[in-house]
Design a protein around this ligand. Structure first.
Ligand SMILES: N[C@@H](CCC(=O)N[C@@H](CS)C(=O)NCC(=O)O)C(=O)O
Length: 91
């Protein structure tokens, strides 16, 4: 399965920290966008996901379909499953 992942988050958000900690511990690297520092990322998140809440994982599949996954624990669960399926991650 080929998917592209971007995590929308910001530094001081504890739920974002929870996901970043998981990424570190799992050895997963993916693109991070900071919605506090980067106005463009903030707009992308609202337009795409429908809410400014972080963390949010943008998932783009190989045919270009995009979905937006909110909730830190759901994001972690999703990435764990992908890792167990042998997915590679790049940032
Ligand atoms: N239950 C959510 C909580 C996420 C949350 O409350 N995020 C805060 C930042 S720490 C936020 O984005 N608040 C602004 C908003 O929802 O518009 C999770 O676990 O991801």
């Amino acid at each position: 399965m080929s998917e592209n992942y971007t995590l929308y988050q910001y530094e001081s958000c504890p739920f974002c920290y929870r996901v970043r900690l998981f990424l570190d511990e799992a050895g997963i690297t993916l693109q991070l966008k900071d919605t506090m520092m980067d106005q463009g990322a903030f707009v992308e998140l609202i337009r795409g996901g429908g809410s400014p809440t972080v963390p949010c994982l943008r998932i783009e599949d190989s045919s270009g379909d995009v979905r937006w996954l909110y909730e830190s624990l759901d994001i972690i669960k999703f990435l764990k499953e992908r890792k167990n399926q042998g997915n590679g991650f790049v940032d």
